[in-house]
Design a binder for this molecule. Structure first.
Ligand code: GTP
Length: 454
């Protein structure tokens, strides 16, 4: 995995909510497994419990689910090393049980693990978990063993195991939903019971969510734009195919529509929904991108463009002016005595001075002119098609500053030095050249004002 970027940082509030849901899922799976284990243990004493149903979940399956759930409850982030070791031990026991069952199916040999604790009255393969159940438990246990790997082969294997686990459990769920019995029971004796399926769903969700702290699925809990979009689109991607397929099944089974019609309607609806989702995603990404773009080009203190924003927008304004045959003039302002104000009245007063100057420029120039703060106390304005006298404009700004100072009874003079230069639109780098000249003239003005004060 690549190094975590700012966008991949986890959303902590979301992680907190997810942790609560994980806990509920793990506790529910543990409770179902414990109930089934208890029934198996008391069954010899209470023959009435021999009614079929609950026994479909074998003792070893319930034990495996219970141990995985217990491991998830013990191995919360930041758990003590002893708890981590206990979890690894529990996972290893489940892995051994599951692989043992698969070995028995593959070889026909018996490892005597099926009825190790309780006796199962089933006539065929008593006590043996189904192959698909053994697969789920083996994947879950192996994923638990590698749950916290963040790099290298172990991390990739953990991610692969989690994807495989979710895939197998989804296959079982869809088998039930669409009555494709071959998916959840190869034969009558090797059926995954509904109670097992519920446990598998809860455990697969919890393991995948827990892995989100360390691996592939971490993108789903990040603060970035991609994570945000994925969180909204993923539920639709998970649920939509099943809902449409179920509707199609219902329509054709109840004679509402023939197979061809229901297929056509399903495909058309799916296409329409996916199309709307893609368009919505594009809108959302563009909106988030422009917010980011705006933030990266804006000076937080004044709301004017920062240096990068000013250069970008001013270049565009100049290109337009060149095309329209308009003139342009650049004004350069530098606050007087900001350091002294900072030192005597505090940084907040200094920042307020900068904000006030930006406000004065906003009022003194047209909305279509480009205003920016390109340095600590340096502000600039690009005036397009400005036919007025630039010195008069600067004088008007000094007057406005003096008036504001009187109105606010400001503790310091709202004083600034200014320089301006016409932008030569035929030059190779007109903006940079005008900035340099206007800066030099501003500095000359600053020396003049200092000399006047002295
Ligand atoms: N409060 C505040 N101060 C800032 C900010 N950015 C830069 N400064 C300060 O502005 C001061 C600028 O110092 P100088 O360039 O010497 O400018 P000056 O004190 O206005 O001096 P003259 O330009 O010669 O009048 C520095 O002390 C910076 O730390 C800001 O965002 N807020």
């Amino acid at each position: 995995m690549s190094a975590p970027s700012a966008s991949n940082q986890p959303d902590l509030a979301l992680l907190g909510r997810l942790a609560r849901i994980e806990r509920i899922c793990a506790i529910t799976a543990a409770a179902i497994s414990a109930a089934v284990l208890l029934l198996w243990l008391v069954r010899p004493l209470l023959p009435a419990l021999d009614a079929p149903g609950w026994q479909q979940m074998k003792f070893n399956t319930a034990l495996g689910c219970g141990l995985i759930a217990l491991g998830l409850l013990l191995r919360v982030p930041g758990a003590a090393p002893a708890r981590v070791r206990a979890t690894l031990l529990l996972s290893a026991v489940v892995l051994a049980l599951a692989l043992g069952a698969l070995f028995q199916y593959a070889t026909g040999l018996s490892l005597f693990i099926d009825q190790l604790v309780v006796r199962d009255p089933s006539p065929s393969l008593p006590g043996r978990m189904s192959p698909q159940t053994a697969t789920v438990l083996a994947l879950a246990a192996a994923a638990m063993l590698l749950l916290r790997r963040t790099s290298g082969f172990g991390a990739r294997l953990a991610d692969l195991l989690v994807v495989a686990l979710v895939g197998v459990v989804l296959m079982l769920l869809c088998g039930y939903l669409f009555r494709a019995s071959g998916l959840y029971g190869i034969s009558g004796e090797t059926v995954t019971s509904p109670q097992s399926l519920i446990c598998f769903l809860l455990l697969a969700f919890t393991i995948a969510a827990r892995r989100a702290l360390y691996g592939f699925t971490s993108v789903l809990v990040g603060v970035g734009i991609g994570s945000h979009i994925a969180r909204i689109v993923l539920p639709a991607a998970l649920v939509l195919p099943s809902v449409l397929a179920l509707l199609r099944l219902y329509a054709s089974e109840n004679g509402i529509a023939d197979r061809a019609t229901s297929t056509a309607v399903t495909v058309a609806s799916q296409t329409l929904i996916v199309m709307c989702l893609v368009i919505w995603m594009a809108w959302r990404i563009n909106a988030l991108e422009s917010r980011l773009r705006h933030a990266s080009l804006t000076d937080e203190l004044t709301g004017a463009h920062n240096r990068r924003g000013f250069m970008l927008i001013a270049e565009q304004a100049l290109a337009l002016a060149r095309r329209n045959g308009q003139s342009a003039r650049l004004f350069f302002f530098d606050l007087d005595g900001l350091k002294r104000i900072n030192d005597s009245l505090g940084h907040d007063a200094g920042s307020e001075f900068i904000r006030t100057m930006a406000e004065l420029l906003r009022r003194g120039f047209r909305e279509s002119d480009v205003i920016g703060r390109i340095g600590g106390d340096e502000l600039v304005a690009l005036a397009i098609d400005d036919t007025g006298d630039p010195d008069q404009r600067v004088a008007a700004l000094h007057d406005a500053a003096a008036q504001l100072q009187a109105e606010r009874r400001s503790d310091y003079p709202l004083a600034f030095s200014a320089g301006h230069a016409p932008v030569d639109l035929t030059a190779s780098r007109p903006l940079e050249a005008a900035l340099r000249i206007a800066d030099e003239r501003m500095y000359a003005n600053k020396l003049e004002r200092r000399a006047q004060r002295a």
